[in-house]
Write a protein that binds this ligand. Structure first.
Ligand code: MG
Length: 251
């Protein structure tokens, strides 16, 4: 099942994707809901980021192809991204004037279904609603210069997510691809994740309560591509779809 969040006639709703249509839900997928008798053609709605996270965790250095000559981390290397950095499909990634290298990081994003704390790897997947495509936009110079990554990873528009949440997906061997202006720059299977999804959910929940709608960006493979003014960046994940965002230099 594909669950989208969308704007239609000035109203934001959640709905189920059904072919070229979206069928409205009576409430968010994180609370009791049913499909109601209200259908829009997808061409008549604006898809939004597929949920509104209370927090976003992101994992660095989680594919060996991204490590190059660096050693792998002994435990997941987790950092935060801000909810205010989230944008949806088709929204514009703003390249700040002050950075001289802005990269796209193609990532599988986990969407949490409900609250959990100290969950085991065995039980972790029961708390996952589904998956979407994400771009962990990264200002490389700020990432290197700053003591933490508050602006390098969380400036406004730095967390594109979408186009919807796919709930029926085995996430452990699907291809994650990043393209800039149609040219492939990253492509790898999630089977090469250093820490898999149950491990990430379990590890994070040892320290923080994971809540419904929280996002976990699971890390990027290979060598990310740079995004410049006027580029179109696409993140495609097998079994989910394509997240596409234009890039614009800050005015
Ligand atoms: Mg990343």
């Amino acid at each position: 099942m594909r669950i989208a969040r969308y704007l239609a006639h000035g109203q934001i709703s959640y709905g189920i994707i059904d072919g070229d249509n979206v069928k409205q839900l009576s409430a968010s997928p994180f609370e009791p809901h049913e499909v109601i008798d209200h259908v829009h053609p997808l061409t008549d709605v604006k898809l939004l980021a597929p949920c509104v996270p209370g927090k976003i965790l992101a994992i660095g250095l989680n594919y060996s192809s991204h490590l190059h000559d660096r050693p792998g981390p002994p435990v997941p290397m987790v950092f935060y991204k801000t909810p205010t950095s989230v944008i949806g499909p088709g929204d514009t990634i703003i390249r700040p004037k002050g950075t001289n290298k802005l990269d796209a990081e193609a990532e599988l994003v986990v969407i949490m279904k409900d609250s959990c704390r100290n969950v085991s790897k065995e039980d972790a997947m029961q708390h996952v609603l589904g998956y979407t495509c994400g771009n962990d936009v990264s200002a490389r110079d700020w990432q290197e210069e700053d003591r933490n990554w508050w602006r390098a990873k969380s400036s406004d528009t730095f967390s594109p997510a979408g186009p919807w949440i796919e709930t029926d997906l085995d996430p452990h061997n699907i291809r994650v691809t990043g393209r800039i202006n149609g040219q492939e720059v990253q492509s790898e299977s999630t089977k090469y994740l250093i820490f898999d999804i149950p491990t990430l959910v379990s590890f994070c929940s040892e320290y923080v309560t994971l809540e419904a709608g929280d996002m976990i960006y699971t890390g990027t493979p290979g060598t990310p591509g740079e995004m410049k003014d006027g580029d179109i960046c696409e993140i495609e994940i097998e079994g989910i779809g394509v997240l596409s965002n234009p890039v614009k230099l800050e005015a």
